[in-house]
Write a protein that binds this ligand. Sequence first.
Ligand SMILES: Cc1ncc(COP(=O)(O)O)c(C=O)c1O
Length: 372
Amino acid sequence: MSRAEARIDLEAFAHNLTVLRAAAPRSQQMAVVKADAYGHGLLPMARAAREAGAEWLGAALFSEALELRAEGDSGPLLAWLAAPEDPWGEVLEAGIDVGVSTPDHLERVAATGQRARLHLKLDTGLGRAGCPPSNWESFVSRAKALQHAGRAEIVGIWSHFTVADDPRNPLNTVQIERFHAGVEQAAALGVQPEHLHLANSAATLSLPDAHFTLVRPGIAMYGVSPGVAMGTPQELGLRPVMTLIGRFTTVKRLPAGSGLSYGHQYTLPADATVGVVPLGYADGIPRNATNVGPVFAAGRRRVIAGRVCMDQFMLDLGDDPALEGDEVVLFGSGDEEVPLAEDWAQATGTIGYEIVTRLGPRVPRVYVGEDR
Ligand SMILES: Cc1ncc(COP(=O)(O)O)c(C=O)c1O
């Protein structure tokens, strides 16, 4: 019995992909598995996504995409976050599509001598990666010249939303309009790629005008809501994939007035049973969950008592019975009193994405829900 584990429910994951497919039935699906599949484990989730029918996988780093290829994934795969010193040649040789945003990216492609499959990224308003509309024509022209020379195939035009988790925000419409304009400009230059893609999870679920030929869901596949305005996972028909569990390593009685953890930021109001949970900020538990992080333990919902330490935190269990080795659920299904990752996000001032993605490598991921 390990001290802690993140239980990853592959059946819930497959269910969520089905929900996303139903939301965008005419589009291909790119399962976004960057950042160790948002903390769920790159390779098992990539395999599960392919098994659930995802035509594409999406990675950020070249190293993530190369890891997928090294493990035998040979399907359509896009990587979009490249540093100048990254192995462009190796990536292109491995048949990985690359997202490109700047003339320098195109020069790096040209310098490899490889034939590249390119997705030209337009910045429609996020202000992150992507070619600004003012440079778009010259960028597309340069990519077209590479294509003409047999050095590249322009497979896609794409962009990324800023506020899709707020579906009624007018900026979504502005970004869709800018995207159409960029696609039309490219077409006027004779560039009409097979794929146009803009939608993340939130847009896949709520902005059909943004579906185009391919959607790129990430967070919703993992059963986490893209944002408060979108509703809970249950309201979206999603099932949380990750359940984070710790097991009490110490259970003991302490008298009223005892301070708990560094700085004594919690004092027992009465004689109580104290449970020590072996998960801390080294595992990705936010330190600002001190006195606010919700857990399900010894039969009911409670909050962390005192400071989150590097490897541990404590609970005031009152007079409820508990044994060393008993499970404590930090977040999971959201059923009954079990918290959601979203509850942790709310308690600690962040988003559900960060709660699952920050879970550290010391916590084993245990895959359940399918025969593997
Ligand atoms: C370019 C790109 N596309 C798609 C996604 C998936 O977004 P989400 O997890 O909100 O579905 C991300 C993640 O941030 C991204 O960076």
